[in-house]
Design a protein around this ligand. Structure first.
Ligand SMILES: [Zn+2]
Length: 60
């Protein structure tokens, strides 16, 4: 099984993702309604992670 976000091997602790980072990205997509990203590459992952981090800072 591979991570649905970045296609790396999953880690049991974070299944079905490879890391907490990818789990947060997936959650962020649902929350923000941006699940229609056509192609996920490293750059878009970083951008999504940054957006999530910014959102979290705004919440707190
Ligand atoms: Zn991943």
């Amino acid at each position: 099984m591979s991570c649905p976000i970045c296609k790396k091997s999953t880690v049991v602790e974070f299944r079905p993702f490879c890391s907490l980072r990818c789990a947060d990205i997936d959650l962020g997509r649902w929350v923000t309604g941006k699940y229609a990203i056509p192609a996920v590459d490293e750059d878009s992952i970083d951008e999504a992670a940054d957006a999530i981090e910014n959102n979290n800072q705004n919440i707190h």
